[in-house]
Design a protein around this ligand. Sequence first.
Ligand code: ADP
Length: 474
Amino acid sequence: MYINGRWIESTEHTIEIINPATGEHVQEVAAGGQKETKETIDAAKQAFKMWKNKTGKERGQYLKEIARLMVEKKDVLAEAITKEMGKPFEDAKREILVAADYTEWYGEEAKRVYGDVIPASVPDKHLMVVRQPVGVTAAITPWNFPVSMITRKIAPALAAGCTVIIKPAPSTPLSAIEVFKCFHEAGLPEGVANLIIGPAEEIGPELTSNKDVRKLTFTGSTNVGKHLMRESATNVKKVSMELGGHAPFLVFEDADIDEAVKGALLTKFKNAGQTCISTNRVYVAESIAEVFQRKLTEKVAELKVGNGMEAGVDVGPLVNEQALEKVQDHVADAIKHGGEVLVGGNTFEKEGLSGNFYQPTVIANANESMKIATEETFGPVLPVFTFTNEDDVIERANHDRYGLAAYCYTKDMSRGYHLMNELEYGIIGINDPGPVAAQAPFGGVKESGVGREGGKHGMDEFVEEKFVSMNVKR
Ligand code: ADP
């Protein structure tokens, strides 16, 4: 753990990290509980007095140096990710570059936390809005993007002038430790960013109940997000939540089929489908369904499954046994409801590998009675539905619960514009399987969350607007 500028390497409790690809022990790390969390909040509160009064330019310089260090050490950071959660090493390196990109962008944006001057309606009054940091911020992050989820929260928070406590997922603290080594090396003043590792049941309640924590930012499951929102209501903290998703992927008859197949592969099988913006439902126009499914099946069959540290691997393990069981349950249920497995459909076994692997799978004849049509699978399984009518497919795509990302493939841009208007999602990719950028807002509507990460919109989550009305009559 890293608390108030000091490394804490041993405590009464430890957490064991297991490599999901091999089942092997990787490392034990020191863990804290309620007492350490309270100490960390106190340290962050103390540091806030100093950090908020630095200029944006000064804060930005630290962030830019951290970004530089992350790029320099990307292999070490990426290896930690692959060993603790399984994603292929090349994808882990890309994650580090994205994380560094966010950090650098907010390093630049730190200079631009502008306010407003508002014309008054009476003489001699002067109206201003100043934007100030919210205060001590708690950030709770998941295991699927263990580094980029940290920097997407820490970078805007530090840029705005907040101090931060990060609680990573208990299964992925190693890459978080590597990120904090960059913070330490960049000379970030003590208490400004702190890392607390340990069980959610002990750390979570202190973070939500402690009145000195003024902001909670969370990425994870919708159920935990709802719980944290309720707990944060006790002392009315500002919250932002990036929660579950169930992305539809619409392919119209005029789409470039090869591009759509490429997009479906990227949005479904990267990170073994364990991404909140992963495609969960493909809807393809009936007239092109056969050719689309044939091309898709061929490409999926070529994906290489294995240990993420091996060169050329496309799909790594699922994060643990429970994740695998959920995938198996969804596939069995889909078959029971008339689904046809075109490729995959089983666990993947090979000597030297753990039992956490599942074959990349495509299921045809998907229908709305299947669990997979409404529940997040979080695995490498792609169900294909068909449609004949645009209004009907929009209605089916507008899932009743989630609203994070939606993808559409069409060459008709007036249709693209109409879809952009009608789809009830926070992020829309039109012929684009990668709708994510440091300078753009990422986040969902409905039960997919509140608030945005990225861009100037992401900075708003860490500032309060203060209205000042002055009577300047002489
Ligand atoms: P996932 O299903 O992806 O593991 P979770 O929502 O369970 O997602 O976990 C995301 C993060 O939230 C992790 O850091 C986890 O430890 C943390 N977490 C889970 N439950 C709680 C809780 N009750 N209070 C605070 N943090 C929690």
